[in-house]
Design a protein around this ligand. Structure first.
Ligand code: GUN
Length: 286
């Protein structure tokens, strides 16, 4: 029987990324630059509050400054836009992250577009999206960057490999496909209207699952020897599970990410990396 797939340990890789960022921050601080990240949370969604708090704690661990802004759920568009303008103008803030989703009465697109593109460490500003599409340097979204970093851990050259991305969200599916294309993979995007999802996944050398539906990809679909990156984090009666049926998929894959402990820990690590890069770039040091 073939050996079970090797685990891509996101916790361990994220810790290495944080060490690298801490070293970069040390070098910046020696030149008088303290990279600073501002997080903006509107409302009191408990899950969002936990994410934002973790971002702040991790920032401080790597020597960055963290500024946290929590606004009441009934904050108006103008008030929020005014805060973004203030943060855009502050020289000690190099990155701005507005936690999504925003309450429904706010226009998230408008708010994200208000962020100065050079401080858009989430990579969601239309300018950042355009630079990614054009293949020009810019800030890339954090979860897709985390996926690429995990793929790098396998040591595989992606050139010419068939990569199937399941999901087409602006946060993950679309940008990760573009990053794979940048590395010369042959990219297919699949989604809820794809006719033969099993057939598409079955041909893939690299599978990126970003659907948000528990175990939507049966392990039996995975091509033997493929690399499987599971971006899904789904709460079920059996705890947190990914978008891929892990146990069966692992028997077929060469490499696979667990849930939890795969892509999840990478997102904040890449956010810190983006913030350090934004701080360096603002000083023309990138
Ligand atoms: N909410 C869930 N994921 C994200 C993310 O990557 N960025 C922001 N800003 N909000 C999120």
């Amino acid at each position: 029987m073939a050996e079970a797939g090797r685990i891509l340990d996101g916790k361990a890789v994220a810790a290495r990324v944080r060490d690298e960022v801490a070293a970069e921050v040390g070098a910046l601080r020696a030149r008088g630059i303290v990279p600073g990240l501002a997080t903006v949370l509107v409302g009191d969604d408990p899950a969002s509050a936990v994410y934002v708090r973790n971002k702040g704690i991790t920032c401080e661990k790597v020597g960055m400054a963290s500024f946290s802004f929590t606004l009441p759920a009934d904050t108006g568009q103008e008030r929020l836009a005014a805060l973004i303008d203030e943060l855009n103008a502050r020289p000690d803030v190099h990155g701005i992250l507005v936690q999504l989703p925003l309450p429904r009465h706010l226009d998230a697109n408008h708010i994200i577009a208000r962020i100065a593109p050079e401080k858009d460490v989430d990579g969601l500003h239309p300018v950042s999206q355009g630079l990614l599409l054009a293949g020009r340097p810019g800030l890339r979204p954090c979860t897709p960057l985390g996926v690429m970093r995990l793929l790098d851990e396998t040591g595989r050259d992606l050139t010419g490999l068939r990569a199937v991305v399941v999901g087409r969200s602006l946060l993950v599916g679309k940008p990760v496909g573009l990053l794979l294309l940048e590395r010369n993979a042959t990219v297919t995007w699949c989604h809820s209207r794809t006719r033969d999802l099993g057939g598409e996944v079955g041909r893939a050398d690299v599978v990126i699952a970003a659907i948000g539906k528990a175990r939507a990809i049966p392990g039996a679909w995975i091509k033997p020897g493929a690399v499987v990156i599971d971006v899904g984090i789904n709460r079920t009666d059996c705890g947190l599970v990914g978008d891929v049926e892990f146990d069966v998929a692992r028997e077929r894959a060469a490499w696979i990410t667990p849930v939890p402990g795969g892509v999840g820990p990478m997102t904040i690590a890449m956010l810190l990396a983006n913030t350090a890069a934004a701080a360096a770039r603002m000083r023309g040091e990138s």
